[in-house]
Design a protein around this ligand. Sequence first.
Ligand code: GTP
Ligand code: MG
Length: 178
Amino acid sequence: LCNQLEDAEVPVHKTILLGDSGVGKTSLLVKFDTGKFESSKFSATVGIGFTTKVVQVDDSKVKLQIWDTAGQERFRCVTHAYYRDAHALLLLYDVTNKKSFDNIRAWLGEIKDYAHDDVVIMLLGNKADCGSDRAIKREEGERLAREYRVTFMETSAKSGQNVELAFHAIARDLTSRS
Ligand code: GTP
Ligand code: MG
């Protein structure tokens, strides 16, 4: 009971994973949640669901309610409904897929249309482990992030690079604003 009471006082921040189909949204969340990575099969997300994770920021706890969305075009209208009350958005592209990077501008346009003005946005270049297949340099990601005044990191759901760091950075940013 004590634990439940304590838990109830932890602020909940709604965070949404966005980006083209196949960039690794589900993989990133699974890695953060379980530490595991499944490379054998790609099964596109169809519905929408969330995972709750408690993150420690200095002396306080922050609860992230992380929503994994379906990147496929035909599910976009469903996703839009979730933008409105989001506190943070993790926008992913795949560093081996130029189209997913070029589409980031369109995603940022949708965010402008559907999300709160003060939503925290972080741009993530995922699949940073794919050295030889890389199509987008880190500097290109950094430049785009600077242009839109959002934070940026390269991640890998496979190696785990920056996965914890990205979610912790979001949690820190959210606590500093609330
Ligand atoms: P939708 O649900 O359709 O929107 O796609 P998604 O963004 O959730 O992509 P998903 O996580 O299903 O990953 C797509 C494919 O990329 C899968 O085969 C993953 O194993 C692979 N993948 C995801 N992240 C990484 C990564 O960091 N590195 C490598 N090498 N492969 C990855
Ligand atoms: Mg998915």
